[in-house]
Design a protein around this ligand. Structure first.
Ligand code: NAD
Length: 509
């Protein structure tokens, strides 16, 4: 039972109606060492619905020590990879059985559509099946050796304790992208979820407990970035950091990790181009552009926030885009009738509104939306009207900075070369979409785009089978696919000399 203190934290042991969640350290459900709490709010109502422990460096230390003990000793360290794989499969089955509950928690935390979150939850078991299956297929190599008489082989070994730090927009999906390969490879984990969306991960960890994971293998410490994320990155027993989030935090984490030469993967932001050529099928491309920027209220790292539009179809395309977008229904994310939900946090709402003001001041022409949405089914929720700015130039801040909201910048082009140059003229490089019926364009242009994922006549397609990650400032490393398992392994070269025969100890052998 809890009450709120003026700084927005809740105090333990006092009456209140909010649901209280606990964090998970060394196989135990616990409150934070400080006894402090953080409210978690529902973006659709603007009201707090739960509290989570406000962890600190002491909690992080307990969790990392537990993960380190589990890595170096205990049942996990000696478990056969096939058995690790079976445990992961079991978690996948439990997620499938609990998908509805997990989706409900995510909607309450981040306001995204129930239909979207439920779809993600039903897809999550695939990660556990894929990486569970890979756990006992991490094979070494025996390259030919020029060292006469010696046996040489290469083995792939787990790195150690992985610190995973995740954002609020697809809390479980993005965390599972780390959990499944990290555990399949034999590492242990301490996870710091977003302070805005921690509850679904806490519910997921219950399923690990049910599946029979040994204690200490997976730990969750909730709290703020500065109070729990930073100590996690800096803890000397954490060997690798897996981060998804914004570039501001990503840069700080990269710098802190560099001081200890920690391995890192960073999945960061984007300003992805969605390029529509004159030969595109207009109806399909309109839907593709909408799916790129207005689905999830634009709160996806891969949002197609820059529409590069060929001059020959510019006006007709925009007229149809405005018409279809205008019909989108804003409202209760739990309703199957709703197309666009609220943005996830009050801070995010303000940030998006500030970018709208900035775009207008920069001279962009607002042809749809442009305000906080209210009335109808929006209530007190944090809604922003789907907004389209025409006459944007690629040098404007609205075209260069990640907004993470339902704001589309439209930029006109005349030639293929110009489209590619505009698409690549950004510090980011996460994703790009192309809309064309011309086979030559479809086959030649993906190679010219500096982005980790390119879709042709599609948008927002991801799979456990395919690597995902960014070029340039969109990040370092890859998640998903075979690539991800090697992100959680160290290669070791072993030379065995059956007959020691060092002729000259002062030279390279
Ligand atoms: P954020 O960077 O504010 O926070 C992400 C996480 O980092 C949170 O758990 C936060 O508490 C923690 N954190 C913040 N500062 C920290 C610090 N100094 N040290 C350690 N941890 C710290 O991001 P957000 O607002 O939660 O999420 C939105 C961002 O995430 C967007 O920029 C989006 O593009 C990005 N994102 C990227 C991908 C991808 O795969 N590339 C996917 C989803 C979201």
């Amino acid at each position: 039972m809890h009450t709120m203190s003026p700084d927005g934290t809740a105090q333990a042991n006092a009456p209140d109606q909010l649901q209280a969640f606990r964090m998970y350290i060394d196989g135990e459900w616990c409150e934070s060492a400080s006894g402090r709490w953080l409210e978690t709010k529902n973006p659709y109502t603007g009201k707090a619905w739960a509290v989570i422990p406000r962890g600190n460096a002491d909690d992080v230390d307990r969790a990392v020590q537990a993960a380190n003990r589990a890595f170096v000793g205990g049942p996990w360290a000696t478990m056969h990879p096939s058995d690790r794989g079976l445990l992961l499969h079991r978690v996948g089955d439990l997620i499938a059985a609990n998908a509805e509950r997990l989706a409900e928690l995510e909607v309450r935390d981040n306001g995204k559509l129930k239909v979207e979150m439920l779809g993600q939850m039903k897809y999550l078991p695939r990660w556990f099946q894929y990486y569970g299956g890979l756990a006992d297929k991490i094979e070494g190599r025996m390259p030919p050796t020029d060292k006469k008489g010696m046996l040489h082989y290469v083995s792939y070994e787990p790195i150690g304790v992985v610190g995973a730090i995740t954002p609020w927009n697809s809390p479980l999906l993005l965390t599972v992208w780390k959990i499944a390969p990290a555990l399949a490879a034999g590492n242990t984990l301490v996870i710091k979820p977003s302070e805005f969306a921690s509850t679904s991960l806490l519910a997921l960890v219950e399923l690990f407990e049910q599946a029979g994971f040994p204690k200490g293998v997976i730990n969750v410490v909730t709290g703020l970035g500065a109070e729990t994320g930073e100590p996690l990155v800096e803890h000397p027993f954490v060997d690798r950091i897996a981060f998804t989030g914004g570039n501001l935090a990503g840069r700080k984490i990269y710098e802190a990790a560099a001081r200890q030469f920690k391995r890192v993967s960073l999945e960061l932001g984007g300003k992805s181009p969605n390029i529509v050529f004159g030969d595109a099928g207009i109806e399909d491309a309109v839907k593709g552009v909408i799916s790129g920027i207005f689905a999830a209220s634009g709160q996806t790292c891969m949002a197609g926030s820059r529409l590069l539009l060929h001059s020959s179809i510019h006006d007709t395309f925009l007229a149809r885009l405005v018409e279809v977008t205008r019909a989108a229904r804003l409202g209760d994310p739990n309703s199957p009738e709703t197309d666009v939900g609220p943005v996830a946090t009050e801070q995010q709402l303000q940030k998006v509104l500030d970018y709208i003001t900035l775009a207008k001041a920069e001279g962009a022409r607002c042809i749809l939306g442009g305000r906080r949405a209210s009335g109808g089914d929006c209530g007190d929720g944090w809604f922003v009207e789907p907004t389209i700015f025409a006459d944007v130039t690629n040098g404007m801040r609205i075209a260069r900075e990640e907004v993470f909201g339902p704001i589309l910048s439209v930029i006109k082009f005349d030639t293929d070369d110009e489209a590619i140059a505009l698409a690549n003229d950004t510090p980011f490089g996460l994703a790009a979409g192309l809309w064309t019926t011309d086979l030559a364009r479809a086959m030649t242009l993906p190679k010219r785009l500096r982005a980790g994922t390119v879709w042709v006549n599609a948008y927002r397609v991801v799979s456990y089978l395919s690597p995902f990650g960014g070029f340039k400032e969109s990040g370092i490393g890859r998640e998903n696919g075979i690539e991800a398992i090697y992100e959680y392994l160290e290669a070791k070269s072993v030379f065995i000399n059956p007959k020691p025969s060092i002729s000259n100890p002062f030279t390279l052998q």
